[in-house]
Design a protein around this ligand. Structure first.
Ligand code: FE2
Ligand code: FE2
Length: 183
Protein backbone atom coordinates (compact mmCIF):
# COMPACT_ATOMS: atom_id res chain seq x y z
CA UNK A 1 0.00 0.00 0.00
CA UNK A 2 1.05 3.62 -0.44
CA UNK A 3 2.95 5.35 2.34
CA UNK A 4 -0.02 7.70 2.78
CA UNK A 5 -2.45 4.84 3.39
CA UNK A 6 -0.01 3.02 5.63
CA UNK A 7 0.28 6.17 7.76
CA UNK A 8 -3.53 6.23 8.00
CA UNK A 9 -3.46 2.60 9.19
CA UNK A 10 -0.84 3.44 11.82
CA UNK A 11 -2.91 6.38 13.10
CA UNK A 12 -6.06 4.21 13.09
CA UNK A 13 -4.18 1.60 15.09
CA UNK A 14 -3.05 4.17 17.68
CA UNK A 15 -6.56 5.61 17.93
CA UNK A 16 -8.02 2.10 18.29
CA UNK A 17 -5.66 1.45 21.21
CA UNK A 18 -6.87 4.65 22.86
CA UNK A 19 -10.53 3.75 22.35
CA UNK A 20 -9.92 0.22 23.64
CA UNK A 21 -8.28 1.61 26.78
CA UNK A 22 -11.16 4.04 27.34
CA UNK A 23 -13.87 1.47 26.75
CA UNK A 24 -12.47 -1.69 28.30
CA UNK A 25 -11.69 -3.27 24.92
CA UNK A 26 -8.97 -5.69 23.86
CA UNK A 27 -5.96 -3.42 23.33
CA UNK A 28 -3.80 -5.85 21.34
CA UNK A 29 -6.61 -6.82 18.97
CA UNK A 30 -7.48 -3.12 18.57
CA UNK A 31 -3.85 -2.37 17.65
CA UNK A 32 -3.66 -5.15 15.06
CA UNK A 33 -7.16 -4.50 13.72
CA UNK A 34 -6.37 -0.83 13.13
CA UNK A 35 -3.16 -1.73 11.36
CA UNK A 36 -4.75 -4.22 8.93
CA UNK A 37 -8.22 -2.67 8.45
CA UNK A 38 -7.38 -1.16 5.04
CA UNK A 39 -5.03 -3.97 3.96
CA UNK A 40 -7.12 -4.66 0.85
CA UNK A 41 -7.84 -1.05 -0.10
CA UNK A 42 -5.48 -1.06 -3.08
CA UNK A 43 -6.21 -4.51 -4.42
CA UNK A 44 -7.46 -4.33 -8.05
CA UNK A 45 -11.21 -4.69 -8.71
CA UNK A 46 -10.66 -7.81 -10.82
CA UNK A 47 -9.13 -9.62 -7.81
CA UNK A 48 -12.09 -8.67 -5.63
CA UNK A 49 -14.55 -9.92 -8.25
CA UNK A 50 -12.63 -13.18 -8.42
CA UNK A 51 -12.67 -13.48 -4.61
CA UNK A 52 -16.45 -12.83 -4.51
CA UNK A 53 -16.91 -15.77 -6.88
CA UNK A 54 -14.30 -18.01 -5.21
CA UNK A 55 -15.79 -17.56 -1.75
CA UNK A 56 -19.41 -17.80 -2.98
CA UNK A 57 -20.29 -14.40 -1.53
CA UNK A 58 -23.68 -12.80 -2.36
CA UNK A 59 -23.91 -11.64 -5.98
CA UNK A 60 -25.30 -8.25 -4.99
CA UNK A 61 -21.79 -7.34 -3.86
CA UNK A 62 -20.84 -7.15 -7.54
CA UNK A 63 -22.98 -4.00 -7.89
CA UNK A 64 -20.71 -2.17 -5.47
CA UNK A 65 -17.03 -1.32 -5.52
CA UNK A 66 -13.81 -1.02 -3.59
CA UNK A 67 -15.37 1.18 -0.90
CA UNK A 68 -17.51 -1.79 0.20
CA UNK A 69 -15.27 -4.65 -0.95
CA UNK A 70 -12.09 -3.72 0.91
CA UNK A 71 -13.84 -4.50 4.21
CA UNK A 72 -16.35 -7.25 3.48
CA UNK A 73 -14.18 -9.10 0.96
CA UNK A 74 -10.82 -7.75 2.12
CA UNK A 75 -10.69 -10.19 5.04
CA UNK A 76 -10.12 -13.10 2.66
CA UNK A 77 -6.90 -11.46 1.45
CA UNK A 78 -5.86 -10.82 5.05
CA UNK A 79 -6.37 -14.51 5.85
CA UNK A 80 -4.64 -15.78 2.70
CA UNK A 81 -1.76 -13.31 2.52
CA UNK A 82 -1.09 -12.46 6.16
CA UNK A 83 -2.22 -15.72 7.74
CA UNK A 84 -4.29 -13.77 10.24
CA UNK A 85 -7.33 -15.80 11.29
CA UNK A 86 -8.46 -14.18 14.53
CA UNK A 87 -12.29 -14.11 14.20
CA UNK A 88 -12.79 -10.94 16.26
CA UNK A 89 -10.22 -8.95 14.26
CA UNK A 90 -11.54 -10.25 10.95
CA UNK A 91 -15.10 -9.35 11.92
CA UNK A 92 -14.01 -5.84 12.89
CA UNK A 93 -12.25 -5.39 9.52
CA UNK A 94 -15.20 -6.86 7.68
CA UNK A 95 -17.65 -4.46 9.33
CA UNK A 96 -15.56 -1.29 9.08
CA UNK A 97 -17.09 -0.17 5.76
CA UNK A 98 -20.80 -0.75 6.49
CA UNK A 99 -21.15 -1.31 10.19
CA UNK A 100 -23.51 -4.12 11.20
CA UNK A 101 -26.53 -4.40 13.49
CA UNK A 102 -24.61 -6.21 16.26
CA UNK A 103 -21.04 -4.89 15.98
CA UNK A 104 -19.16 -6.23 19.00
CA UNK A 105 -16.97 -3.83 20.97
CA UNK A 106 -13.82 -4.44 18.89
CA UNK A 107 -15.72 -3.74 15.66
CA UNK A 108 -17.09 -0.50 17.16
CA UNK A 109 -13.55 0.50 18.14
CA UNK A 110 -12.05 -0.09 14.69
CA UNK A 111 -15.03 1.55 12.98
CA UNK A 112 -14.67 4.70 15.07
CA UNK A 113 -10.85 4.80 15.10
CA UNK A 114 -10.86 4.79 11.28
CA UNK A 115 -13.31 7.70 11.28
CA UNK A 116 -11.74 10.02 13.84
CA UNK A 117 -7.99 9.30 13.67
CA UNK A 118 -6.01 12.58 13.81
CA UNK A 119 -5.43 12.70 10.03
CA UNK A 120 -9.17 13.06 9.34
CA UNK A 121 -10.35 16.58 8.54
CA UNK A 122 -13.85 16.29 6.99
CA UNK A 123 -16.60 18.69 8.12
CA UNK A 124 -18.10 17.24 11.27
CA UNK A 125 -15.01 15.35 12.44
CA UNK A 126 -14.71 17.46 15.60
CA UNK A 127 -18.28 16.62 16.50
CA UNK A 128 -17.60 12.94 15.80
CA UNK A 129 -14.55 13.06 18.11
CA UNK A 130 -16.48 14.78 20.89
CA UNK A 131 -19.41 12.34 20.71
CA UNK A 132 -17.12 9.31 20.59
CA UNK A 133 -15.08 10.54 23.56
CA UNK A 134 -18.28 10.65 25.61
CA UNK A 135 -19.95 7.52 24.26
CA UNK A 136 -18.48 5.07 21.73
CA UNK A 137 -21.87 3.70 20.70
CA UNK A 138 -23.29 7.16 20.06
CA UNK A 139 -20.22 7.68 17.87
CA UNK A 140 -21.13 4.60 15.83
CA UNK A 141 -24.62 5.96 15.19
CA UNK A 142 -23.16 9.36 14.29
CA UNK A 143 -20.87 7.78 11.70
CA UNK A 144 -23.66 5.67 10.19
CA UNK A 145 -25.84 8.80 9.84
CA UNK A 146 -22.93 10.73 8.38
CA UNK A 147 -22.20 7.97 5.88
CA UNK A 148 -25.81 7.75 4.69
CA UNK A 149 -26.15 11.54 4.38
CA UNK A 150 -22.89 11.72 2.43
CA UNK A 151 -23.92 9.00 -0.03
CA UNK A 152 -27.39 10.48 -0.54
CA UNK A 153 -25.93 13.93 -1.18
CA UNK A 154 -23.58 12.48 -3.79
CA UNK A 155 -26.43 10.35 -5.20
CA UNK A 156 -24.36 7.22 -4.81
CA UNK A 157 -25.78 3.75 -4.20
CA UNK A 158 -26.03 2.55 -0.61
CA UNK A 159 -25.20 -1.02 0.33
CA UNK A 160 -28.30 -2.42 2.11
CA UNK A 161 -26.31 -3.50 5.17
CA UNK A 162 -25.53 0.16 5.87
CA UNK A 163 -29.29 0.83 6.15
CA UNK A 164 -29.85 -2.22 8.31
CA UNK A 165 -27.00 -1.16 10.57
CA UNK A 166 -28.33 2.37 10.85
CA UNK A 167 -31.84 1.18 11.80
CA UNK A 168 -30.45 -1.21 14.40
CA UNK A 169 -28.22 1.44 15.96
CA UNK A 170 -31.00 4.06 16.10
CA UNK A 171 -33.01 1.55 18.09
CA UNK A 172 -30.06 0.58 20.27
CA UNK A 173 -29.16 4.18 21.13
CA UNK A 174 -32.75 5.28 21.78
CA UNK A 175 -33.21 2.30 24.13
CA UNK A 176 -30.04 3.25 26.01
CA UNK A 177 -31.19 6.88 26.26
CA UNK A 178 -34.63 5.85 27.52
CA UNK A 179 -33.08 3.48 30.06
CA UNK A 180 -30.84 6.31 31.33
CA UNK A 181 -33.81 8.67 31.64
CA UNK A 182 -35.73 6.04 33.62
CA UNK A 183 -32.88 5.66 36.13
FE1 FE2 B 1 -11.38 1.29 4.98
FE1 FE2 C 1 -9.37 3.34 6.84
Amino acid sequence: MTQKRFAHCQRTSAMAVKLAEQNGGDVLRAKIGGLVHDYAKQIPDADFIQAIHDHHLPDDLLHYGNAIWHGIVGVYFIEDELGLHDPAILQAVQEHTTGSPEMPLLAQIIYMADFIEPGRSFPGVEKARAITAKNLQAGVLFQLSHELTYLVEKQEPIYPLTFTSYNAWVKRISQTTQAKKAE
